[in-house]
Design a protein around this ligand. Structure first.
Ligand SMILES: [Zn+2]
Ligand SMILES: [Zn+2]
Length: 160
């Protein structure tokens, strides 16, 4: 009956009561705690993610600072600006490309016309430039750097 009388005197009184109640304050503190935990977790996530994507400690520092100083907005901006690939993936891909180049001899080109040539070509098929000498005794192609024929152990001719 008492509460009803107060409610009649001030229609907003139940709302005021609610905001001043311990329940509301506890709820407010809990949501504040939740926001802080979320903020710190996002900053930690930025740190962990940045370390997997960037080599530069300064850039990682900037990303983490943005995550801490600009709660929620910082990590969001980082999400858009971060490098698209993990460093591990980049390293793996570069290794694969190098392996492929070695396997297919992709690095070998004619010094005269840049046409692709095989490691055992004596002459460039495109411009007929002399690429290698053939061993005089076994006729296999010799690398100019070789001091001796690796196939028959004959020494290559002294003059080019
Ligand atoms: Zn050529
Ligand atoms: Zn030989």
């Amino acid at each position: 009956m008492h509460a009803l009388l107060i409610a009649a005197a001030n229609p907003l009184q139940p709302i005021v009561d609610f905001y001043e109640s311990g329940l509301f304050r506890a709820g407010l503190r809990l949501s504040l705690l939740f926001v802080v935990v979320l903020w710190l977790s996002l900053a930690l996530w930025v740190y962990k993610d940045a370390r997997r994507r960037m080599n530069d400690p300064i850039l990682i520092g900037v990303a983490v600072a943005a995550g801490v100083l600009f709660p929620f907005v910082g990590p969001l901006v980082y999400l858009f600006l971060r490098p698209p690939e993990y460093l591990d993936d980049v390293r793996e891909r570069e290794l694969e490309i190098r392996l492929m180049e070695r396997r297919f001899g992709g690095a070998d080109t004619c010094p005269g016309c840049s046409a692709p040539v095989e490691a055992d070509f004596l002459v460039c098929p495109a411009c007929s430039k002399r690429l290698r000498k053939a061993c005089e005794s076994c006729e296999r192609p010799l690398d100019p750097a070789w001091q001796v024929c690796p196939y028959c152990a004959a020494a290559p001719p002294a003059t080019a």
